[in-house]
Design a protein around this ligand. Structure first.
Ligand code: DUC
Ligand code: ZN
Ligand code: ZN
Length: 471
């Protein structure tokens, strides 16, 4: 049976458009967009006074992620439900290759875990930790047949996740010819380890030392190195969670020379600064993410980067660990690092807040335009990671992933109202204007105000085309 839904009278806002029209959805896709589509015995949603946005695409989340000493506290079900309440209908999460495992095994394991649970559409980047000739030989097939066109590598966490420059370069060379891209966590892991050991030897164990041992120039150094490796390998490169002005300078310098260097930043770097680490007691552990929060000067540079397209995407790096041990246990909690900042699991929550925060603090505050806001949260991520125009667009033929957004509604961000398992909010008590009212995933209403109407397992795995090639 054909399923039709009509969204009437909304203000359609995309990366380039802004106009009022009706949207007819048929079998999960946008069938027609016109001024006045007759509502003949079909499901109608009145959207007068609301914006209609393409569903958000968050290309950096960690649901049920195992960081070694700790696991994130959102399951695929709770994390993607939280995403949906925040207007995000597509995520790209991570499949971590363990030592001795093949990337394909890592992908299959993650898919089996995630598929029955996910409430929004999803893809994976594969994190490569163990690079050898056999692993490299598998990568083209993963891109061409499994729809995984992006691979993340760590230049930090020596002995755990870090991969050396030679293997980063080998991986770049291998995937580059097949439409693949390497995403890098760019920090100089070796130097940071020295600083951590020095701090601990001096008895400096509090959360603040997490930030003090990860200086922004070491993010700048690694970002520059990453870009140079990619330049030599002749492949696009994508820097995840860029936070430092030194790293941004490396991106700007490369882009000015015509090198395809891309980067995302995250809401916490745009709205919070290093002063959070001065919170009393262990409270500062809530803000222990990597890279750490930076200075006001860095924050200004990031906003400028977003405005002038030196930064292309805002993703969340949703990597939630509870503050308290109960109810999910010590290994899902920041308390692991009570006596030693190095043991605090690195990561912060936020998958639900990206769109309201960026609308309020970006558009309402006059820092970016409305179209740029959609570009950064939906269209550019879809293009960057091989999902456009299925995702990231409001266009005939695109998936009907649609967000009805009230630009005038004010609400207060709080852990007591968000839908993640995590027990705190980085933005507790912050008032924002602009609220997600209804969310459709492929034409199906999954969020209606405070009501959840979706089901676990309804999210579809997305086989992606090339990454980093079409912007
Ligand atoms: N990097 C991430 O991208 N996420 C969590 C921790 C980290 O270091
Ligand atoms: Zn990282
Ligand atoms: Zn991450």
């Amino acid at each position: 049976m054909v399923r039709e839904v009509l969204i009437k009278g909304g203000r359609i806002v995309t990366a380039v458009d802004d106009y009022v029209a009706d949207i007819l959805v048929r079998d999960g896709r946008i069938e027609a967009i016109a001024r006045d589509i007759p509502a003949e015995s079909i499901e109608v949603h009145e959207a007068t006074g609301l914006m209609v946005l393409p569903g958000g695409v968050d290309v950096h989340t960690h649901m049920e992620f195992d960081l070694g000493n700790a696991q994130t506290c959102d399951t695929y079900e709770t994390g993607t439900r939280s995403a949906a309440f925040g207007g995000t209908t597509t995520i790209i999460d991570f499949a971590l290759q363990r030592q001795g495992q093949t990337p394909k095994q890592a992908l299959d394991q993650r898919l089996a875990l995630a598929a029955p649970q996910v409430c929004v559409d999803f893809g994976f980047h594969i994190i490569l930790t163990d690079v050898n000739p056999g692993v490299l030989a598998e990568l083209p097939d993963l891109i061409n047949h499994d729809g995984v066109s992006s691979f993340k590598m760590f230049m930090a966490y020596p002995g755990v996740l870090m991969v050396d420059d030679a293997n980063i370069f080998r991986s770049m060379r291998t995937v580059g010819n097949h439409g693949g891209m390497i995403n890098l966590h760019a920090e100089n892991g070796g130097v940071i380890q020295v600083l951590i050991e020095e701090a601990l030897a001096q008895g400096n164990t509090s959360p603040k030392y997490h930030a003090l041992t990860r200086p922004s120039i070491m993010e700048g150094e690694a970002s520059h190195r990453a870009i140079r490796l990619a330049e030599l390998a002749e492949i696009p490169v994508y820097l995840v969670h860029l936070s430092a002005e030194e790293a941004l300078a490396a991106v700007v310098e490369a882009r000015d020379r015509g090198i395809p260097a891309f980067a995302e930043t995250c809401p916490h770097y745009l709205f919070l600064t290093i002063e959070e680490y001065d919170r009393p007691g262990f409270e500062a552990a809530k803000y222990v993410m990597t890279p750490p929060l930076r200075s006001h000067k860095c924050q200004h540079a990031l906003w400028r980067g977003l405005k002038f397209d030196d930064l292309q995407i805002v993703s969340t790096d949703h990597c939630p660990f509870c503050f308290n041990e109960a109810p999910y246990g010590l290994n899902k909690s920041k308390q692991l690092g009570r006596d030693n900042f190095e043991q605090i699991p690195n990561g912060a929550p936020g998958v639900e807040l990206r769109i309201p925060l960026l609308f309020d603090g970006g558009v309402n505050a006059g820092r970016i335009s409305l179209n740029r806001f959609v570009q950064l949260t939906s269209t550019a991520p879809a293009k960057m990671f091989g999902l456009f125009p299925q995702k990231g667009a409001i266009a005939v033929g695109s998936d009907a992933d649609l967000v009805l957004f009230d630009p005038n509604k004010t609400h207060v961000l709080s852990a007591s109202t968000h839908h993640s398992n995590v027990d705190y909010s980085l933005y507790e008590g912050r008032e924002v204007t602009g609220k997600v009212e209804k969310v459709f995933l492929r034409g199906q209403l999954i969020v209606d105000g405070d009501q959840w109407l979706g089901q676990p397992g309804m999210g579809q795995f997305l086989k992606r085309s090339a990454s980093g090639r079409v912007m």
